[in-house]
Design a protein around this ligand. Sequence first.
Ligand code: SF4
Ligand code: SF4
Length: 339
Amino acid sequence: MEKLYIEFKDWQNFLRGKLKEKRIYAPIKSENDIPFYEILNEKNLTDIVYDKARPVEPFKIFLFPFKEKVVPEIENFQEFVVLGVNSCDLKGIEILDKVFKEGEYKDPNYEKRKANILIISLDCKEPYPTCFCSLVGVNPYPSKDFDLNLSKIGNGFIVEIGSEEGLKFLDNDSRFYKANDTQIKILEEERERTIEKVKKINENFKIKEPENLKGMFHKEYWQKIEDIKNCVSCGSCTFNCPTCVCFLLEDISKNEIFKKVKIWDSCQFPGYARMASGATPRPSLFERYANRLLCKYWYMKENFKIFGCTGCGRCINGCIGKIDKRKVIDEVLVEKMKV
Ligand code: SF4
Ligand code: SF4
């Protein structure tokens, strides 16, 4: 993969020029220093966060919005660029593809949206205390599925070109030049250092093989885990997750115009999968909580051959009940060993 280099100041001017042609979303520094995606403009261009980990929102919001009309089909999607997609969110696209693009029933909106997005991904530099990508086989830097990838090195970026579209975006601009061996060596060393940081963050989590959750659907295991009792079924863990794909279809009819609308759903809601008779397959909090973890580490692994979790840690950050899923996995696997 070709690697170029550009000075930070030149990159900012390059991006400023692109604002005239394209709508660009990028992670922008907020008051509490956590990056949120915003549409880029002249003012916030200098507040782009390049040296942390993933933004608050998962990348799925661009491919699978919270609420979207599916019938009649949306015909035209505007092209745009998303800058700052991290490795954990790129991995999440693999799950979204399996569900919306490669399955028996395809979502036409999904494919059109995806074809219109140019992805500029970013190496993570400072993982959060909740990040655990390396525990689920994901590196903190992207190696595929991007158009361009940026890694901040010294006073500039190494730019990796991942697709023809990425190359076209650079417009043969002479401010990008071939990265030299020293810069590439620094890139490799920094990537290793970030992996070590993620390992260090997670050194106290004893059991690092969540696939061992296979078969653990009996609620007796889960009822023993005190932290799960703090769950308030808010659904934040599912809405924040780059791989959670459950949705409801709602029929809306107004003034003789009919629409079918797709809306995010959450397996943590008590009404999830409830039938017309009122019967529900998972009436208790413990069963619902267990279902989410089993879906991530067992069902998706079985169905798609990859974990349904990329280790982004958003479900830990966003949990109102302050539940650390890594601790729950540790504890429930200890329960399994006792049997
Ligand atoms: S389950 Fe949690 S850590 Fe895993 S991808 Fe979803 S939000 Fe991220
Ligand atoms: S975010 Fe926490 S409290 Fe909310 S549903 Fe998920 S586990 Fe429960």
